[in-house]
Design a protein around this ligand. Structure first.
Ligand code: MN
Length: 456
C-alpha cells in the first residue's frame, strides 16, 4: 500500500494535517477560504464547504486565479479571523508573509514551496515531508486529509479529493500514485466510486453512443472522430442499436459483448492509422453523482476557465448549478479554436522539439491551455506551446506528454528572460509574457532544448 511513499512520510503529513484540523475546529470566528480557480482548487473548496457546514462554521469562499501582492492585500482586508488558502499559497510564502504574518492563516497546498515560513503559519504540504506533490497528492487531497479531522462528513467527499488529482493531471496512463492511490482505494471501498473497464469516451453515462464517439476529443480516432456518418455506419455494421424503448442508449448501457466488439473495431481502426491505441480502453470511474471522474474534472475546469468556479463548487455539493451550460459554452469555444488551428497548421513554427501555436486574438486565453493539451496528445513526441493574447499580456501554455523536458523550469526561465513570469508542473506549465515577446520566448526555449539534447 505504501510502496511508493515511506510510511513515516505519510504519517508525518497526516500529523501536520491533524494540527491544521485542530486549528479549524477551535475557530469560532469568520473563516475566509481562498482557493485556486481550477478543478483541484474547486474540489478542495467543496470538501471544506461541506465540513464547515456540518461543523457549523461561519465562512466565505473566494476563488483566485493568481496569488500576487494585490490579491493578498485585498484578501487580508476581509472581515475574518482565520484565513485558509487551498491549492495555492505554498509558492508565494513571501507575499503571504507580508500581509498575514499578524493573522491566523493555514496554507493547504501541494505546489513546490517558495519563500520562507514564519512562526504562526500552519502549512500542510507534501513537499515538506519529502512527498512529491506533483504526482502523489493534489491540493484537494491535502485538504481531504485535513477535512477528515474537522468533521466526519468529509468522508462523503472523498471522490472530490480524487477528482482534484485528476484535474491536476495526476491520473496518468491509467494509474494514480502514492496517496492518490490510497484515496482512490478509499473511495472504491466505501462505494463512492465504481470502476468499470471499457471504452474511454466522454459521456459514457450521459450521452447517446454515436455522439459520445463522434464528439470525442480524447481518444481521438482518425476517420471516426468528428464524422457522425462513419460512426453510424460502424455501429450499424456491428448490429448495435442506438435506442432502447425509444430512449438513446449510452455506452454504459451496452452489454459486455457489444462493448467488446465495438472496442475491437475502434482499436483496429486506430491501429491501421498507425496511432497508439492505448487511450481507447481503460478504467472508467463512476461517481455517486452520476459523473465520470475525468468528466467531472473537466467540467470543473470549464467552470474555472469561464470564471464561474462557484458553479463548479455547487456541482460538487449537489446544489443547483449552471455547470452544464458552462461546459457546452467551453466546448463550443474549443471546437472553434481547434478548427482555426487546423486551418493554420502550416503557418506554425515546428522544430525538432516543439510546436509553437501563436494564436494572438484567435484563441481566447481561457481556451489555449485546453487546445495545447489536445494537440500535445496528438503529437506526443513534441512539446506543444500555445500563445494567446490576454488583456495587457500574452498567455503561454505548454504541455509535454511524452517529453522528458521539465516545463516548470522552462516556463519559468524563458518567461523571466523576456520580462514575464511562469512556472507550473513538469509536464504542464504556463507563462505570462509582455506583448510582442513571443518570438524571443521561442528562441529562449529552443536554446534550452538544444542544451538539453546536447547532453543526451
Ligand atoms: Mn492543484
Amino acid at each position: 500500500m505504501f510502496s511508493e511513499i515511506p510510511k513515516q512520510d505519510f504519517l508525518a503529513l497526516k500529523e501536520r494535517a491533524s494540527l491544521a484540523a485542530e486549528k479549524v475546529r477551535s475557530e469560532d470566528g469568520n473563516i475566509c477560504l481562498v482557493s485556486h480557480y481550477d478543478a483541484d482548487g474547486i474540489s478542495a473548496a467543496a470538501i471544506l464547504h461541506r465540513c464547515f457546514d456540518t461543523a457549523g462554521k461561519s465562512f466565505e469562499v473566494n476563488f483566485i486565479r493568481q496569488l500576487d501582492a494585490d490579491a493578498a492585500k485585498q484578501l487580508s482586508e476581509k472581515d475574518a479571523s482565520l484565513w485558509i488558502f487551498t491549492d495555492i499559497g505554498s509558492g508565494q510564502l513571501d507575499i503571504l508573509k507580508n500581509y498575514f504574518s499578524d493573522k491566523k492563516i493555514i496554507v493547504l497546498d501541494h505546489h513546490p514551496v517558495y519563500g520562507s515560513e514564519w512562526t504562526g503559519l500552519v502549512h500542510v504540504n507534501p513537499f515538506l515531508e519529502d512527498i512529491d506533490g506533483m504526482k502523489h497528492i493534489s491540493g484537494a487531497g491535502v485538504v481531504y486529509l485535513v477535512a477528515r479531522g474537522i468533521s466526519s462528513s468529509a468522508r462523503s467527499m472523498v471522490e472530490f479529493a480524487v477528482a482534484g488529482a485528476c484535474g491536476d493531471m495526476q491520473y496518468v496512463n491509467g494509474t494514480m500514485h502514492g496517496i492518490n492511490r490510497i484515496l482512490l482505494e478509499d473511495a472504491e471501498v466505501s462505494g463512492r466510486i465504481k470502476v468499470e473497464i471499457g471504452l474511454l469516451f466522454f459521456g459514457r453515462y450521459t450521452r447517446p453512443i454515436h455522439k459520445a464517439i463522434a464528439n470525442s476529443m480524447d481518444p481521438y480516432i482518425t476517420g471516426i472522430t468528428g464524422n457522425a456518418h462513419a460512426v453510424l455506419r460502424l455501429l450499424s455494421s456491428l448490429n448495435i442499436s442506438l435506442k432502447d424503448d425509444g430512449r438513446w442508449r449510452t455506452l454504459s448501457d451496452l452489454s459486455y459483448d457489444e462493448e467488446k466488439k465495438l472496442a475491437t473495431a475502434l482499436v483496429i481502426e486506430e491501429a491501421f492509422s498507425g496511432n497508439d491505441t492505448g487511450s481507447i480502453i481503460g478504467k472508467n470511474f463512476r461517481l455517486e453523482n452520476g459523473f465520470e471522474l475525468k468528466e467531472l474534472a473537466s467540467a470543473l475546469n470549464a467552470c474555472g476557465r469561464l470564471e464561474e468556479p462557484l458553479e463548479g463548487m455547487k456541482l460538487c455539493l449537489g446544489l443547483p448549478n449552471s455547470a452544464e451550460k458552462l461546459i457546452r459554452e467551453h466546448k463550443r469555444s474549443i471546437a472553434k479554436a481547434l478548427s482555426w488551428v487546423s486551418e493554420n497548421m502550416h503557418k506554425f513554427q515546428r522544430t525538432k522539439s516543439a510546436l509553437y501555436i501563436v494564436a494572438g486574438d484567435n484563441i481566447p486565453g481561457n481556451t489555449i491551455g485546453t487546445i495545447v493539451s489536445i494537440l500535445s496528445k496528438r503529437n506526443s513526441q513534441l512539446i506543444v506551446f500555445g500563445f494567446a493574447n490576454i488583456k495587457e499580456a500574452v498567455k503561454v501554455s505548454a504541455r509535454a506528454d511524452g517529453s522528458a523536458a521539465d516545463l516548470n523550469q522552462i516556463a519559468r526561465e524563458s518567461a523571466e528572460k523576456v520580462g514575464g513570469t511562469g512556472g507550473g508542473h513538469r509536464s504542464a506549465a504556463g507563462s505570462k509574457i509582455p506583448k510582442g515577446s513571443e518570438k524571443k520566448y521561442i528562441d529562449v526555449c529552443e536554446n534550452m532544448f538544444e542544451k538539453e539534447f546536447s547532453f543526451s
